[in-house]
Design a protein around this ligand. Structure first.
Ligand SMILES: NC(=O)c1ccc[n+]([C@@H]2O[C@H](COP(=O)([O-])OP(=O)(O)OC[C@H]3O[C@@H](n4cnc5c(N)ncnc54)[C@H](O)[C@@H]3O)[C@@H](O)[C@H]2O)c1
Length: 397
């Protein structure tokens, strides 16, 4: 175990699903920590996800691209960042099939720019200063490819065999991160996690899609025959795992993170429907909404991940069971106004799903334009061009 005590953390992609949950988790867990959230605010990012966070200097938002090396280098240097936790990525497999180059740009070239900035700005690997730095790359079990029915779960020693452009771009970035450790001594750690679910997940991912469909009494799209199997990890459990790896993981090591909650997509949808049957018995049975749609090309049949290394070395274990995690997630979404999936939602395009509300229920309210929001604490949101200047001013306020 190598102990690391972050003081100033750069969280990339922190306005997305896992990143925003992680920022909340870290600010609560460590009162002495300051966080800079760097996010481009693509369709997947929203300032709403950062609502209620403390203002600068504890937490500050900079809108910008991880691929903008000079912006990142200035942030690392001016703010004396000692820890990078890198979430920023294009993450939706369906989108990677329709626009693979966007995934190469952000996931491979963006990670490359971030690594290069850290190499150039952080002290020489031989010096003491480097030992107080850490680059945590957040990756996915999808880099390992698909498993057969009886194959053992992926371990950290499993070979990479990605199927989708998303998984291939994440695998490429993982290799780059390892190469920067081996070649330049950059103090990196990598985590590969199972499918996450929980509050603030983007509407177009599977669990929010099922919840939104139940809510609107609209068709629930399930790929193929619904037999694809996934291990489902509650996002708060993932955040605790990331915290353990960033603070106590061994430099240069990879840690797999899964919940051991493996089940078929169809069974997952049925479980969500069963919870909706209890919450809204007047609409039961919600399972009648399940609609099978043509399978996604290159769809991996099964993922399962062996988390014994992180349990053995860092004492991490998942706490949330799927049933209670799903209930919390559903309650979180139901407590908020409904948001339509983006108009260019790949599932909507490819499968010609009926529009929201087709079976019944109210039309969804329009999504607020998050880029016009103001940052909590009064400082304006920042663009990559003026981010550094305004950022420093808000940090001093
Ligand atoms: N969601 C999962 O189930 C899961 C599982 C394993 C690993 N991961 C990994 O965790 C990370 C976060 O996933 P997520 O589900 O929160 O993703 P997300 O799509 O919800 O959020 C991604 C965030 O990155 C930002 N972003 C995209 N391109 C950017 C760029 N070029 N520069 C700066 N910001 C940019 C987006 O605006 C968004 O806020 C990703 O690296 C993903 O590969 C996710």
């Amino acid at each position: 175990m190598s102990e690391h005590a972050p003081r100033v953390m750069l969280v990339t992609g922190g306005a997305g699903f896992i990143g925003s949950n992680f920022i909340r988790h870290e600010l609560q867990a460590d009162p002495g920590l300051a966080i800079i959230c760097l996010d481009k605010l693509t369709y997947a990012g929203s300032l709403d996800h950062l609502d209620g966070l403390p203002a600068a200097p504890r937490c500050r938002f900079v809108q910008g691209d991880v691929g903008d090396r000079s912006l990142v280098a200035r942030l690392l240097g001016d703010d004396q960042v000692d820890t990078i936790v890198h979430f920023a990525a294009e993450t939706h497999v369906d989108r990677s099939i329709s626009d693979p180059e966007a995934f190469v740009r952000t996931n491979v070239l963006g990670t490359s720019a971030l690594l290069e900035a850290a190499r150039l700005v952080w002290p020489d690997p031989a010096s003491d200063g480097q030992r107080r730095r850490r680059f945590h790359h957040v990756s996915t079990d999808e880099a390992y490819g698909a498993l057969g029915a009886d194959a053992p779960a992926f371990t950290e020693a499993s070979a990479y065999a990605p199927s989708s452009p998303y998984a291939a771009s994440k695998a490429g970035s993982d290799h780059l991160v390892r190469a920067y450790h081996r070649t330049y001594g950059l103090p990196v750690v990598i985590s590969n996690s199972a499918n996450n679910y929980g509050p603030r997940q983007n509407q177009e991912k599977l669990i929010p899609t099922v919840i939104a469909a139940c809510r609107r009494r609209a068709p629930i799209p399930i790929y193929g025959d619904g037999s694809h199997r996934r291990d489902w990890l509650y996002v708060e459990d993932h955040c605790r795992a990331l915290d353990a790896v960033v603070r106590s993981g061994r430099t240069g090591e990879t840690y797999n993170v899964g919940a051991g909650e493996e089940l078929a997509n169809l069974d997952l949808a049925r479980r969500i429907c069963a919870i909706f049957d209890q919450i809204r018995p007047q609409d039961a049975p919600h399972a009648r909404l399940i609609a099978f749609v043509p399978d996604r090309p290159g769809h991996d049949w099964r993922y399962a991940i062996d988390s014994s290394k992180i349990t053995r070395e860092l004492g991490w274990r998942p706490r949330e069971r799927l049933e209670s995690g799903l209930r919390k997630t559903i309650e979180w979404f139901l407590a908020r106004p409904e948001r339509p999936a983006p108009l260019d939602h790949p599932q909507r395009r490819r499968q010609r799903l009926p529009p929201a509300g087709a079976i019944g229920g109210p039309a969804p309210s329009a999504r607020p334009d998050s880029t016009r929001r103001r940052w909590p604490g009064g400082s304006a949101w920042l663009s990559s061009r003026d981010g550094l200047r305004l950022g420093r001013r808000s940090a001093a306020s």
